[in-house]
Design a protein around this ligand. Structure first.
Ligand SMILES: *[C@@H]1O[C@H](CO)[C@@H](O)[C@H](O)[C@H]1NC(C)=O
Ligand SMILES: *[C@@H]1O[C@H](CO)[C@@H](O)[C@H](O)[C@H]1NC(C)=O
Ligand SMILES: *[C@@H]1O[C@H](CO)[C@@H](O)[C@H](O)[C@H]1NC(C)=O
Ligand SMILES: *[C@@H]1O[C@H](CO)[C@@H](O)[C@H](O)[C@H]1NC(C)=O
Ligand SMILES: *[C@@H]1O[C@H](CO)[C@@H](O)[C@H](O)[C@H]1NC(C)=O
Length: 324
């Protein structure tokens, strides 16, 4: 007989196996528990991202990129850098500014700057040839109600310029986080939708550019500080996590950094004092917020676990059909 009969043994299998799969997906529990510093460099290399190339990262944008109003001044950069170092990568953060109390605190984040102004400042860092650019710009255009409907095109010009100077680089673009000002928020929603389409178009053309979302269910006004624009420490930590997830997704597309006289990524990256697991903690802390399914999904860093569950359910249904 063909039918969907639920057998207790199959149910048990279903309850048991997802955790088994989770351990296969997340060997060593590095994602949820953080790494152990006793691992050798070789062991670390097997789990590092971007084929173990050094990451010469340019964080490019305005005040949120700078880490404005975070208590350490590091914003999202400290936990992100620490996580990458912990995975075994050499990390060299570049930029003409320094911000925050972390080591290797270079950044190109200009408070109050609109996209076109950020683009001018990008010229200070592009000669350093980053192999990874984390780009988050537009908040000030939106807050100033400045040419909102074409803002994504200005961002597109900046992306073109970056690829022109560093053709082998990889760019990860962030959507803008929510804002408590209703006018700014309405603008942000328009911008984010346009940026999403623009990045999709570019991906279709084979450009090494991808999108991460800071305006998902995981982010809300509760992640913003008193000014209603800049994230709280918890909000910044969530941002680190989202950038990291984006870097993992783009990992296979990241190339070795171009050699530039005077730049030593290894030296910069060998200071692992910033290694930390703060970012992992964000998923164990709800910050007074109830975690929605989407938030939990974000915490599990990929859709693989739920997908595996779907496959298991299908598999069990098929087994049931066969044994009944
Ligand atoms: C950086 O600032 C934070 C927040 O004030 C503090 O907890 C941390 O100890 C500081 N780290 C260093 C290395 O000074
Ligand atoms: C919200 O932003 C708009 C546009 O920038 C500004 O005119 C308005 O004063 C702001 N509202 C509040 C309550 O800050
Ligand atoms: C994406 O590409 C389509 C088709 O080429 C075009 O019509 C559309 O304007 C593009 N959208 C953006 C936001 O670049
Ligand atoms: C990787 O690069 C290819 C083109 O080389 C592109 O189609 C793909 O979308 C990229 N993926 C990511 C995540 O950047
Ligand atoms: C980092 O550099 C120091 C010397 O500056 C060296 O002793 C140490 O072995 C290096 N660490 C790694 C992980 O290579």
């Amino acid at each position: 007989m063909f039918g969907f009969r639920c057998r207790p043994s199959a149910l048990l299998l279903f309850l048991f196996i997802p955790s088994l799969w989770a351990s296969l997906i997340d060997p060593g529990g590095q994602w949820f528990e953080g790494g152990s510093s006793s691992l050798s460099r070789r062991e670390l290399a097997t789990r590092s991202v971007a084929q173990d190339y050094p990451l010469r990262i340019l964080c490019l944008g305005a005040s949120i990129t700078f880490g404005f109003h975070s208590s350490s001044g590091n914003g999202f950069r400290y936990a992100l850098r620490g996580k990458l170092v912990e995975q075994g990568n050499d990390v060299n953060m570049i930029g003409s500014l320094k911000g925050g109390n972390m080591s290797n605190n270079h950044v190109e984040g200009w408070t109050g700057f609109r996209i076109s102004q950020v683009a001018q400042k990008a010229e200070l860092s592009l000669p350093s040839m980053p192999n990874l650019v984390l780009l988050l710009a537009g908040t000030n255009d939106m807050k100033q109600n400045f040419e909102v409907s074409t803002a994504h095109l200005r961002l597109g010009q900046l992306i073109d310029r970056i690829f022109h100077v560093v053709p082998s680089t990889n760019i990860i673009v962030g959507t803008l986080p929510p804002d408590s000002n209703a006018t700014a928020e309405a603008n942000i929603l328009i911008f984010n939708t346009n940026v999403e389409k623009m990045i999709y178009n570019r991906t279709m053309q084979g450009q090494k550019v991808s999108l991460v979302d800071f305006h998902s269910d995981w982010f809300s006004l509760a992640d913003l500080g008193a000014d209603g624009t800049h994230p709280t420490d918890m909000g910044y930590l969530k941002m680190s996590k989202v950038w990291y997830t984006g870097i993992l997704a783009a990992s296979g597309n990241i190339s070795a950094p171009v050699e530039v006289k005077g730049i030593n990524d290894y030296k910069a990256g060998n200071d692992s004092s910033a290694a930390g697991t703060a970012m992992d903690v964000v998923c164990q802390t709800t910050n007074g917020q109830t975690m929605s399914t989407a938030q939990k999904l974000q915490c599990s860093s990929s859709s693989r676990i739920p997908l595996v569950n779907i496959c298991l359910v299908l598999g069990i249904i098929i087994i049931n059909i066969y044994i009944s």
